[in-house]
Design a protein around this ligand. Structure first.
Ligand code: GLU
Length: 363
């Protein structure tokens, strides 16, 4: 055994010992998290032998090999971080808040107090998609219809249930044909379902493709129902999706939530510092600008908007160096509750003064 270990040790190149694997949980391969997570993985990776930063290579963390994994979405990503199956993930800020604060479905022993933020990335819109010629005009009209709310473990499903409830459509009032976004799009196209929910960056490429194949409409979530939801869900904002987004005839008012990059608190401070620095390195811009349009909205100046959970110490160190953090808490932001008013690049969340304690990540 000893001899074997010695032999193995002698054949492994010494630089391999410095490799750090970093798994990023995303969502369905047809969603927005998955391609964005893939680009983030490229931006923060820098395995031994990769071409050098400044010479055409990425400016990632030396020795890091990051990979984006497909998953069911926000809730399952957080559970996988807790179980040590992922180091990091993309998640909705409303779900991250529930996990850290031990609120249902993360109550009691299921709480994940050690979840930490690296950055706020971009706003995700609540899409409720129907065919343009459908008689369904409002969320209330979904009663008795065949719909997809996405799978258990997704953030989409969590918001879909909240929305339906607020419009008085109980879980038994609809016929469920739940799936991730890819199959849901196929079923709407072929007429097997009447509507699907998707909470994600916009335009979502798979929905843009659907809109090219069959004309679609998005149902609005607005008025007193939206106001009532936002009252109990502080991390949801509202957004107006311009008609141009999916080639529709009118803009649609709907709800929005921030997408966060999160990590386990146990990931080393220097590693998370390196990840945060690589994420916002100027060379990363070139990578992100090849991404779905949602990712092009990722900006350092929005990185602390609507964070919902405390920053990781390593990330806080980076933002302090960039003077975006004053000693502790993020600087208050002028835009208040974020996505209101239809500004497409704003990330929802309560004003920074309401940011959770410890958002500054004490050293
Ligand atoms: N926000 C969605 C979720 O957590 C995933 C969105 C995406 O895949 O882009 O379920």
């Amino acid at each position: 055994m000893g001899a074997l270990a010695l032999m193995a040790g002698s054949v492994v190149p010494s630089q391999a010992q410095d490799i750090k694997f970093f798994r990023i949980g995303t969502g369905s391969i047809s969603g927005v998290y998955f391609p964005v997570g893939g680009l983030i993985a490229s931006a923060i990776s820098h395995p031994p032998g990769a071409s050098l930063c400044g010479e055409g290579g990425s400016c990632g963390v030396p020795g890091m090999v990051a990979v984006a994994q497909a998953s069911r979405g926000s809730l399952s990503n957080i559970r996988d971080i807790r179980a040590g199956r992922l180091e990091s993930a993309l998640v909705q800020s409303d779900i991250a808040y529930l996990a850290v604060n031990g609120k249902a479905p993360f109550a009691g022993k299921k709480a994940v107090p050690g979840l930490r933020a690296v950055a706020s990335l971009y706003p995700e819109a609540v899409h409720v998609v129907v065919r343009r010629d459908s008689p369904i005009k409002t969320i209330g009209d979904l009663r008795g219809r065949r719909i997809s709310l996405d799978l258990k473990g997704s953030g989409t499903r969590s918001i879909a249930r909240l929305v339906l409830k607020r419009y008085g459509v109980g879980p038994k009032a609809v016929a469920h044909l739940n799936s991730q976004i890819g199959p849901a799009v196929d079923r709407l196209r072929s007429g097997k379902i009447d509507a699907f929910f998707f909470v994600g960056g916009y335009p979502a490429p798979v929905i843009s493709q659907l809109a090219r194949d069959v004309p679609i409409r998005l149902l609005p979530i607005d008025g007193r129902q939206a106001a009532a939801i936002r009252k109990t869900e502080p991390f949801l904002g509202s957004v107006s999706l311009p008609a141009s987004v999916y080639g529709r005839s009118a803009a649609t008012q709907t709800l929005a939530v921030g997408a966060l990059l999160v990590v386990a608190e146990t990931v080393r401070e220097d590693v998370v510092y390196g990840v945060t620095r690589a994420l916002w390195h100027p060379s990363t811009r070139q990578i992100l600008d090849q991404a779905p349009r949602a990712a092009r909205r990722m900006r350092l100046e929005n990185a602390l908007a609507g964070l919902a959970i405390p920053l990781h110490k390593g990330a806080a160190r980076y933002y302090r160096e960039r003077k975006l953090l004053d000693g502790g808490a993020p600087k208050p932001q002028a835009d208040g509750d974020g996505a209101a008013g239809g500004a497409p690049s704003k990330i929802p969340g309560p004003p920074a003064k309401g940011a959770p304690d410890g958002a500054g990540g004490k050293p």
